[in-house]
Design a protein. Structure first.
Length: 80
């Protein structure tokens, strides 16, 4: 499985923070169990977002999949 990049980890972390705040505000819970449940759900959501983006993009950065123009030109001239 490919490793997530810093951008994907930041996206997952932002998801955790935003979903935790949203869940706590929407539910209005003040109990320890409710807060722990909200945090656990948010962590799972952040993990899912990070892994989904990693799998969706194949674990490669956009630059890694690009072929240099010179190589494309050589390949096309060999075929043509």
């Amino acid at each position: 499985m490919p490793r997530p990049t810093a951008a994907r980890l930041a996206l997952g972390s932002a998801t955790v923070v935003c979903s935790t705040v949203t869940l706590l505000l929407l539910t209005g819970t003040t109990s320890d169990a409710g807060i722990a449940l909200s945090a656990a759900l948010s962590l799972l959501l952040g993990l899912a977002v990070t892994l989904a983006r990693t799998v969706e993009e194949g674990g490669q950065s956009r630059a890694a999949g690009r072929e240099p123009a010179a190589a494309r030109e050589r390949r096309s001239s060999v075929r043509g």
